[in-house]
Design a binder for this molecule. Structure first.
Ligand code: F6P
Length: 341
């Protein structure tokens, strides 16, 4: 019997379990035994794996997080880590690995495939929706829905108190969550990493709204957004060398309050956007991605990632998916801008 490995790496998000469940069902139909690799690529470094069958995947479709656990490993791996992965992969007897993850996890997959002939198929996971080569990654829809609900709640309190509410959402390099949740939640100003903002433009818009009689405003900002001429505090590295950003909302709120005199409050949504139940959409695309990934293993489409294009399941070279971030859609941003006045 053939053996198929599956791992979930990098930041967790709702929908990972939907993918795992689909992979196990489809793989069993295709005659594979599935090995769950624990904690992303770390499981291959530490030789931490176990068989995953229908008993383990029963009841997980709607559960957030990942039953396999995850870890953040920043590429490129060092020689010793790569050698261990290679050795443990060979010893495990696995014929292929499905790597479910974002940029870092897929870059490691690419490296292992390209230079060490590890047969890998990728599945795109990114709450930031930052991966190229696919219209959507799973996890994003849930994050947008959670952020929208939070914006709705903050809207009513901002209105009652005649305040400016600055809401920080995730998105290190791309502003998809800010843009989509901002539009859905009726934000008046949306700041994204792709387009550094001028504080005087923002304050002018807010003042114009107030002149029209609107005594509150909603500002949605991606954690990776930049205010021209102002540094973001707390930027630095996490303990594995990954880039950490955040607290830009504090910077923005202080500048707004100083310049306009309007009372301003900050809400940082943080990991709430990554937890809990996946939306129906994420469960569905997660399930479709899982099925397609197994089909790609059967067809030996290694070094490729499942992709969603025009609502059809396709595949794309992992290289293409990780080459550059998928930046926000200009037309959508133009629509959002019309609500700033
Ligand atoms: O990459 C996804 C993401 O959610 C980013 O938007 C965020 O900056 C980061 O993960 C935070 O990750 P953690 O705090 O779990 O390391």
């Amino acid at each position: 019997m053939q053996k198929l490995g599956i791992l979930t790496g990098g930041a967790d998000c709702p929908g990972l379990n939907s993918v795992i469940r689909a992979v196990v069902h489809k793989a069993m139909l295709e005659g594979y035994v599935v090995t769950g690799i624990k904690n992303g690529w770390m499981g291959l470094i530490e030789n931490d794996m176990r068989i995953v069958d229908l008993r383990l995947t029963s009841g997980i479709l709607d559960r957030g997080g990942t039953i396999l656990g995850t870890s953040r490993l920043i590429p490129p791996l060092d020689k010793a880590q790569t050698a261990l992965i290679h050795e443990n992969f060979k010893r495990s007897g696995m014929d292929a690995v499905i790597a479910v993850g974002g940029e870092d996890t897929l870059k490691i997959a690419l490296e292992l495939h390209k230079h060490h002939a590890v047969p890998v198929v990728g599945v795109p996971k990114s709450i930031d929706n930052a991966l190229s080569g696919t219209d959507y990654a799973f996890g994003f829809d849930t994050a947008v829905n959670v952020a929208t609900e939070c914006i709705d709640r903050l809207h009513t309190t901002a209105e009652s108190h005649h305040r400016i509410m600055v809401i920080e959402v995730m998105g290190r390099y791309t502003g998809w969550i800010a843009l989509e949740a901002g539009i859905a939640g009726g934000a008046h100003i949306i700041c994204v990493p792709e387009l550094p903002v001028n504080i005087s433009d923002i304050c002018d818009s807010l003042k114009a709204r107030h002149k029209r009689g609107k005594t509150f405003s909603i500002v949605v900002v991606s954690e990776g957004a930049k205010v021209l001429g102002h540094e973001t505090p707390f930027a630095g590295e996490d303990r594995r060398g990954g880039q950490r950003v955040g607290r830009i909302a504090e910077v923005l709120a202080n500048l707004i309050e100083q310049s306009t005199g309007y009372e301003t409050r900050v809400s940082v949504l943080g990991h709430i956007q990554r937890g809990g139940t996946p939306t129906a959409y994420d469960r569905i695309i997660g399930t479709r991605f899982g099925f397609k990934a197994v089909e790609m293993v059967v067809a030996k489409r290694f070094g490729e990632m499942v992709s969603l294009r025009d609502n059809k399941m396709r595949s794309v070279k992992i290289e293409e998916a990780v080459r550059q971030h998928k930046t926000i859609d200009d037309d959508l941003y133009a629509i959002a801008k019309t609500f700033s006045v």
